[in-house]
Design a protein around this ligand. Structure first.
Ligand code: URA
Length: 499
């Protein structure tokens, strides 16, 4: 049997493999007739063949004998599989693509050797991503980019992933660390974020010198969070295998902390109960106290945004990632006020980009209103949530949070001077009109506040999150219709000359 040698780069992912695999499948070349190899510098993995042209050229010179399609689920599996570093991955992926042609249910056969192996490899890739997300430590580069308000801090990290997962994990880091520039170097390439886009390079990197002078501080912090009563060395080793230890600054402390744990627990148990340190009360008080800050009047939306980002007027700023400021043109005639940023808004730093935003966006589109014509903001600028495992579950803000944030909303109104203000949901209604109005009385209605030059139209609509919660039943459908009718008033408003 003629064998065709197909050579790929070690960093190659799905696309280059797919082009070769498609050419072979279209020519009905069975897996046994293909020799998938990895290019390794001048020589291939087995030191025999240096050129990938021959096999592919010979193969593509053959006539195409069939058309080939793969289901989306199969493509997804192969895409995941090809991130693995096993040199046999290309051949395995081809075998699956070949065999699935004759057996469309192959992927469901859990006992099939190829499928079982592929699924294990996919799991290993995911585990590698999880470890990278957990064990990567950024160090600050003292040289900042830009100047003044535009200055951005820069961070560098070194990590040694087992597999080719950089492109997969990049969105995790770019969503988490939006407000700083960073670069992650690895022997399998690098990823870099400059606030706008993530750039991936397959070029292998060398371990850089990483010392930002914070090592001692980190050690002190780590040692103080180490709970001697909860030491489970086996579980610890399972979760943090030895190969990650060398790149984690805290690991040098672990042996001595573990060795001293038993004695520390004994001393703790023998100690008499002691009153909490004085600062504990102060911290508690700070958490519950709402400082009524009277901010300086900003002259521009940018100036206001800079102030909002530093707001500590209520405790919500502590767990939130960042304050989410309003977005839209300074001359917008319509302002839309929501409740507070959700999980995705908190990470992205922009209002209405999550599921509720999506619904709003679609409904605006149906009403013929462009998002870009509106100024979108929230009554409360920080995300309020409670943790459930790793999930951050939305919690309604309290009246006190709304009050603490109101100066920002007032300033937004003063700067934009909208002619129509739309509140979405009860929190925005309360923030704009005080606690006297009930949502059930005013939902879908509009009225005028003030007179003459200062007259502003108000429109109260339901909150898109509430519509999402109602689902697609009868009530959900009718509330969505009312919501759409409400938004079509925005279109009418924008069409009025001089409105
Ligand atoms: N819900 C809101 O009220 N505001 C947002 O920005 C997102 C969801």
């Amino acid at each position: 049997m003629i064998r065709y040698v197909l050579t790929l780069e070690d960093s190659a992912d799905f696309e280059p493999w797919r082009d070769m695999a498609r050419a072979a499948l279209q020519r009905a070349i069975p897996p046994e007739a293909l020799d998938w190899r990895i290019r390794d510098g001048e020589t291939d993995l087995f030191g025999q063949i240096t050129d990938n042209g021959d096999g592919l050229e010979a193969l593509t010179a053959l006539p195409v004998v069939k058309t080939v399609t793969l289901r989306a689920s199969c493509i997804a599996l192969l895409r995941d599989l090809l991130c693995h570093s096993d040199p046999g991955r290309f051949a395995l992926a081809y075998r699956i693509a070949w065999r699935v042609q004759g057996n469309p249910h192959l992927l469901d056969v859990v006992t099939d050797v190829d499928i079982a192996k592929a699924r294990i490899m996919v799991r290993q890739n995911r585990e590698d991503c999880h470890k990278m997300a957990s064990f990567l430590r950024f160090r600050e580069d003292p040289v900042q980019r830009g100047e003044g308000q535009d200055a951005r801090r820069r961070f560098l990290a070194w990590f040694e992933p087992q597999h080719h997962i950089l492109e997969r994990i990049a969105p995790f880091f770019s969503k988490r660390f939006t407000d700083m520039d960073w670069m992650i170097l690895t022997p399998r390439g690098s990823i870099r974020w400059d606030g706008k886009e993530v750039v991936y390079s397959p070029e292998p990197c060398e371990r850089p010198e990483l010392d930002d002078g914070f090592g001692e501080l980190w050690d002190t912090y780590y040692a103080s969070t180490f709970n001697p009563a909860r030491v489970r060395t086996k579980a610890m080793r399972r979760e943090m295998p030895g190969r990650y230890w060398k790149n984690l600054p805290e690991t040098r402390l672990i042996p001595q902390l573990v060795a001293g744990a038993e004695a520390r627990v004994r001393t703790m148990a023998e100690q008499e109960l002691q009153p909490a340190p004085a600062f504990h009360e102060r911290l508690r008080a700070r958490e519950t106290r709402l400082v009524t800050q009277v901010p300086d009047m900003a002259e521009t939306l940018e100036g206001l945004a800079a102030q909002v980002r530093t707001c500590t007027a209520c405790p919500l700023h502590c767990p939130a990632t960042q304050a989410v400021v309003g977005e839209g043109p300074a001359e917008a005639r319509i302002m839309v006020v929501g409740e507070q940023p959700g999980d995705q808004e908190d990470l992205a730093g922009r209002p209405f980009v999550g599921p509720a935003g999506q619904l709003l966006h679609e409904a605006l589109g149906e009403a013929g209103v462009e998002r870009g014509a509106l100024y979108l903001t929230n009554a409360v600028k920080h995300f309020r949530f409670r943790l459930q495992g790793r999930r951050r579950i939305h919690q309604n803000p309290d009246a006190a949070h709304v009050v603490a944030c109101r100066p920002w909303l007032e300033q937004e109104i003063a700067l934009i001077r909208p002619k129509l203000i739309v509140s979405l949901g009860a929190t925005a209604l309360r923030a704009l009109d005080g606690p006297g109005m009930a949502m059930s009385d005013v939902r879908g209605t509009s009225w005028t506040v003030g007179t003459g030059e200062k007259a502003v139209r108000r429109l109260a609509l339901a909150h898109p999150s509430w519509l999402l919660r109602l689902g697609n039943g009868a009530q959900g459908g009718s509330e969505r219709r009312h919501f759409g009718e409400g938004l079509s008033r925005l279109r009418e408003f924008l069409d009025q000359p001089g409105a």
